[in-house]
Design a protein around this ligand. Structure first.
Ligand SMILES: *Cc1c(COP(=O)(O)O)cnc(C)c1O
Length: 401
């Protein structure tokens, strides 16, 4: 019996070694990685520059404590402020912790305004993490079921619906913030319309709410900009980041601007590991590689190529509802649940994911090459076509045992 808690229904494979977008399992079989550890390994596996930086840092210093100054944390804070336009940063170790910091910031802000029970507007199909507060903010009964009572103070509205947010503003005086993913990741690669962020900014300004963006999955270059919000001219008050920031070394950050930037005081919040020298070295090296190797431009080019490729190859298929996304955050929505495709792709030597039951999710490394993109198209297209033709055919009678 395995002693690992069964929180995941794991695929029957374990990897031993990786290089760029390739992984090798314990039997020596090679896989093309079009998931990158769920948008984590943006610069690919075992990037030589990152490996060298990490080796050196581990030999020098891994951890001290936030009781002391941490030079690399200061350096990473400067770098994150420069690329985001935000003013301050809180360091933690994961996406849910980054969102916990954002939720605490919003509540703290509300109390300073004299609001006794501050509430945050959140979206249907949102995913913000698995801690008790972040699963309460998450818009999925699957994530919440069995863990009630949920944390109070969240008001839920449909995603990408400004009128719904306006109705909340008119009726609820306790709201202090909006928390939203501009591209919902776990929810099915749902992309908001181009005026959505502007509209949210206007509502937030009119009611002195904080505009808080969960860029845990969409950030760190994945959509072709450092942050998805940078495709518009809008400036948020709070942004969270995690997954791709350390390329696999755990790190999360909560960035804040303007009035949100200086709310926390010594003792307001903390983290033992948050922003330790190893994690900060990993993030600085990752950001450096993304910039030096032009990986955001590559994410746009290769992402467009992949979407166009599937668009052509799956054209006219009634079983394909939509191909969408931004940069290398790609979703192919089918008309029916398609979780079986994950195992079929694995057998074929390809790592993909299915989310929201019927959306094939692709999150390859940001340095995915044109050749790898073609391999992805060649491997996945026949699997999707086969899957769709089997679904369309009459089901064989169930065999009785
Ligand atoms: C993955 C994810 C989280 C949770 O991150 P963890 O590191 O697993 O806690 C939160 N928000 C979004 C948008 C995510 O994709």
């Amino acid at each position: 019996m395995s002693h690992v808690m069964t929180t995941y229904a794991r695929l029957p494979v374990a990897f031993e070694r990786g290089e760029g977008a390739w992984l090798w399992d314990t039997n020596g079989k090679r896989y093309l990685d079009a998931l990158a550890g769920i948008a984590v390994c943006g610069v690919g596996h075992s990037h030589p520059k990152l490996t060298a930086v990490l080796r050196e840092q581990i030999g020098r210093l891994i951890h001290t404590s936030n009781l002391y100054g941490i030079t690399l944390q200061e350096e990473l804070g400067d770098r994150l402020a420069a690329i985001s336009g935000m003013d301050t940063v809180f360091f933690c170790n994961s996406g849910c912790e980054a969102n916990e910091a954002a939720i605490k910031l919003a509540r703290y802000y509300g109390h300073q305004k004299g609001i006794e029970a501050p509430a945050i507007v959140v979206m249907e199909k949102a995913f913000h993490g698995r801690t008790i507060a972040t699963l309460s903010a998450t818009g999925s009964r699957k994530v919440q079921a069995g863990f009630e009572p949920l944390v109070a103070g969240f008001v839920r509205v449909p995603f990408d619906d400004l009128a719904a947010v306006k109705r909340v503003a008119e009726n609820n005086r306790s709201v202090v913030a909006v928390l939203v993913e501009l591209i919902q990741g776990e929810g099915g690669i749902n992309v908001c319309h181009s005026g959505y962020l502007n509209g949210l900014r206007e509502i937030c300004d009119a009611h002195q709410w904080l505009l808080m963006l969960d860029e845990v999955q969409s950030g760190t270059g994945r959509t072709g900009a450092w942050f998805a919000f940078q495709h518009s001219g809008v400036k948020p008050d709070v942004v969270t980041l995690a997954k791709g920031l350390g390329n696999g070394v755990p790190i999360g950050v909560c960035l804040a601007a303007a009035q949100a930037a200086k709310l926390f005081k010594p003792g307001s919040h903390g983290s033992t590991f948050g922003g330790n020298p190893l994690a900060c070295a990993a993030a600085l090296a990752t950001l450096g590689i993304i910039e030096d190797e032009g990986l955001m431009k590559n994410a746009v080019e290769i992402g467009d190529f992949i979407r166009a490729g599937f668009g052509t190859r799956l054209a006219g298929q009634p079983g394909v509802r939509e191909i969408r996304g931004m940069g290398l955050m790609i979703g192919i929505e089918l008309v029916q649940p398609c979780g079986d495709l994950v195992q079929q792709a694995l057998d074929a030597g390809l790592l993909i994911n299915v989310t929201a039951d019927n959306v094939i999710r692709l999150l390859p490394p940001l340095n995915f090459t044109r050749e790898q993109a073609e391999q992805l198209l060649d491997m996945l297209t026949p699997l999707v076509l086969d899957f769709l033709s089997q679904q369309a055919a009459p089901q064989p009678a169930a065999q009785s045992a």
